[in-house]
Design a protein around this ligand. Structure first.
Ligand code: GAL
Length: 707
């Protein structure tokens, strides 16, 4: 496997962060001192220009880039590279005064005032024109600068605009999507309901807060449109840059599980995925371990936007943020732990917001490497410098990647659909949480999963879990059927396959689009439980799983029943089923199972007369259960898929990065107590010592072992 280095020129990790020298142009002493301190902290890159438009272009058409050139030159001369942002995330006052159409319109149809950030209309031709001008100037001036590593497009895209230009564009988007046929749209959106029929595309308004919000197809398309339009805007910027600097990679910094934009689609427009990670460390509502594991999932989501490639941790705080409900300091050791967690999960960078604290305005108290006191003799500075050294020691990891044969389907479009569905429990849908818990359970067994959109072709994967895939895209069911028939181990859960991509319910039995046959069941009803309600799934061997929140009532066609409900009027009816498909290399006929009850331990792969690991299996779990209790099922699937597992001590996280010249195991201890791992052999890169079996990890300790 070849190395997938993002920045071969750098030859190591990027260690750096957002740097705002434009706020300090009247303090050349500080700008000089910055370079000295950066070198001391092992900083080799900065992100410049994120919100610098008003300094670049203080009045329309009047450009000033000398300051930036001077800074980039000086940094480069000192071995510090630049990630250069386009400044479209916030606009100068003159621009809004001259072109008010650039300002966003709210969901009540009222135009915002100037100010803030992310406050622009993505459709406005004038705004796009102004952005293209400044971007072109930057590319022309700095495109050939030896210090330039990458373009950072705008900043954390987000939000919706309801202005007349956006409305018009939305109508055009719909017209194209529905082949200029308004009746197609009326059918897809089921508009006869409440007399919501449209006679023409011009009549369609976005879902204003005080307007139409009951047509789910409209809501969904508005989300898709906003995401598409943002991507289109981003591509407008990318085109300008690529035109002049085709060789410079582009990224845009994403935010966690931000629901407003379909990152799975936008990822296609970017060369590299980057994201901003701000976990609420040491909070009072979950354990520190939980915070860390949750964050591992977030990294997994980002990594999986481009599987098989490193990503970038574009922002993280070296100490605290200023916008959490309570802004707690990272406890000693946590800076190293969280930064190396990103690396373990596949990041080739550790970058911060921000290098130096500003004196005024909203972020004056946000953590930074250099505090207002300007000193290098601080806890935070020492933490950062220590990390810089460690990144140097583990540099051989750069360009290696995370690989796996297991997949979790987690889909942005489905998020929109299931959350907008006026069904199930208001508080208990918890789609994201459900996906995350399953991912973590696998992860704690030492199994990494790629986190993929629902229409991904699962070729190359042997195991897939599809939680709550309420909405099926065109081709999703087909992919899943092919996957199982080729021998894949598949688990789908309650709430799968209710609606198609227009959010129209499938007729003829859920899950739709052929999945009812694949699983050999029909989901006839769903019982949404009150928070204190419980049911059980009982297995023939006496095991029980607790059921909360959701319980579907199944009719079994030709699946094997593995577990049945233990209580209520549906006691004794199927709750977990499996249908087997002996592998047919011509991908033709699927085998059908015996329809009697059995236990998980009786499953093929472990019992005599089984179809063996050469059988695909489609499991259907009709109820929400604790993932810890579901472990037996996961283990069975993993065994049948031939995917190894491992026993890790509580609170220890293990990730593996694979490369041509080596395989690197990352062990992270999320406990305050030391732990000892056994069976670890290889060179531990941080200490430079060989591990010969036992490996001790101290409080929040990290080890990077080259096998
Ligand atoms: C990010 C943003 C940065 C900064 C940071 C503070 O969301 O991209 O510009 O505001 O938050 O945590």
């Amino acid at each position: 496997m070849e190395k997938k280095m993002l920045f071969p020129r750098v030859g190591g990790f990027l260690h750096g962060g957002d740097y705002n020298p434009e706020q300090w142009l009247d303090r050349p002493d500080i700008l000089e001192e910055d370079v000295r301190l950066m070198k001391k902290a092992g900083i080799n890159s900065v992100t410049l220009g994120v919100f610098s438009w008003a300094v670049y272009e203080p009045a329309e058409g009047e450009f000033h880039f000398e300051w930036l050139e001077e800074i980039m030159d000086r940094l480069y001369a000192n071995g510090i590279y630049t990630v250069l942002a386009t400044p479209s995330g916030a606009r100068p006052a003159w621009l809004d005064a001259a072109y008010p159409e650039a300002m966003r319109v709210s969901s009540r149809g009222v135009r915002n005032h100037h100010g803030g950030r992310h406050n622009h209309c993505m459709s406005s031709p004038k705004y796009r024109e102004k952005v293209a001008i400044i971007d072109r100037k930057l590319a022309e001036r700095f495109g050939k600068h030896p210090g330039l590593l990458m373009w950072h497009i705008s900043n954390e895209f987000s939000g919706m605009c309801f202005c007349p230009i956006c409305v018009k564009r939305f109508q055009e988007y719909l017209e194209k999507k529905f082949d200029h046929d308004i009746e197609k749209l009326n059918h897809a959106w089921w508009t006869t309901f409440w007399s919501h029929h449209y006679n023409s595309f011009e009549q369609i308004e976005p879902p204003y807060e005080n307007g139409e919000r009951s047509v789910l197809g409209l809501n969904l398309e508005w989300q898709r449109f906003t995401s598409w339009n943002t991507d289109d805007f981003m591509n407008h910027e990318i085109r300008v840059l690529k035109d002049i600097t085709p060789e410079i990679p582009v990224t845009a910094n994403f935010m966690e599980l931000f629901g407003g934009l379909d990152y799975q689609k936008m990822a296609g427009s970017l060369d590299v995925i980057s994201w901003d990670s701000y976990p609420r460390f040491h909070n009072d509502y979950e354990s520190f371990q939980d915070t860390m594991f949750r964050n591992a999932f977030q990294h997994g989501v980002m990594r999986s936007l481009k599987p098989g490639k490193p990503f970038m941790l574009m922002e993280s705080t070296p100490s605290l943020v200023n916008w959490h409900p309570y802004n707690k300091l990272k406890r000693p050791g946590v800076h190293k732990l969280a930064s190396l967690q990103a690396v373990a999960c596949g990041s080739d960078t550790v970058q911060y917001f921000q290098w130096r604290k500003g004196r005024g305005s909203a972020e004056q108290f946000h953590g930074a490497v250099v505090d207002h006191n300007g000193s290098e003799d601080t806890r935070v500075f020492r933490d950062v410098a220590e990390l810089g050294e460690i990144l140097g020691r583990i540099a051989p990891v750069v360009g290696t990647v995370v690989r796996t044969r297991a997949a979790l389907i987690f889909d942005w479009d489905n998020r929109w659909a299931i959350h907008d569905a006026q069904a199930f429990g208001g508080q208990s849908k918890q789609y994201e949480e459900t996906c995350m818990k399953i991912w973590l359970e696998f992860h704690k067994m030492g199994v990494e999963m790629d986190i993929l959109r629902s229409d991904t072709d699962l070729e190359g994967y042997d195991l897939a879990v599809v939680p709550m895939l309420f909405m099926l895209q065109k081709g999703t069911a087909e992919n899943l059927i092919r996957f199982v028939k080729k021998g894949g181990q598949l688990l789908a859960t309650y709430c799968t396959g209710y609606v198609d991509e227009d959010q129209l319910c499938y007729l003829g039995g859920f899950p739709g689009d052929g999945l009812s046959d694949l699983f050999g069941i029909v989901d006839e009803e769903i019982d949404t439980l009150y928070p204190s309600d419980r049911n059980r799934i009982v297995f023939p061997d006496g095991t029980e799983w607790e059921v909360r929140d959701y319980a579907e009532l199944l009719r079994v066609k030709d699946a094997r029943i593995l577990g049945t409900y233990g209580d209520d009027f549906y006691e004794g009816t199927p709750a977990l089923t499996c249908k087997e498909y002996p592998v047919d290399t011509s991908a033709g006929q699927a085998g059908t199972p015996a329809g009697q009850a059995g236990s998980l331990a009786d499953q093929p792969g472990t019992s005599a007369g089984s179809a063996g690991p050469s059988a695909g299996r489609a499991y259907y779990l009709a109820a929400r259960c604790s993932t810890a209790q579901m472990r037996s099922l996961f283990l069975q699937m993993l065994r049948d898929a031939g995917i190894p597992t491992e026993d890790l001590p509580e609170g220890v996280d293990h990730h593996v990065r694979y490369g041509e010249e080596g395989t690197y195991d990352f062990y992270l201890n999320y406990n305050t107590e030391p732990v000892t791992l056994s069976g670890v052999k290889g060179l531990e890169l941080i200490s430079g010592e060989r591990a010969e079996g036992a490996l001790e990890l101290g409080r929040y300790g990290v080890a990077v072992v080259r096998r």
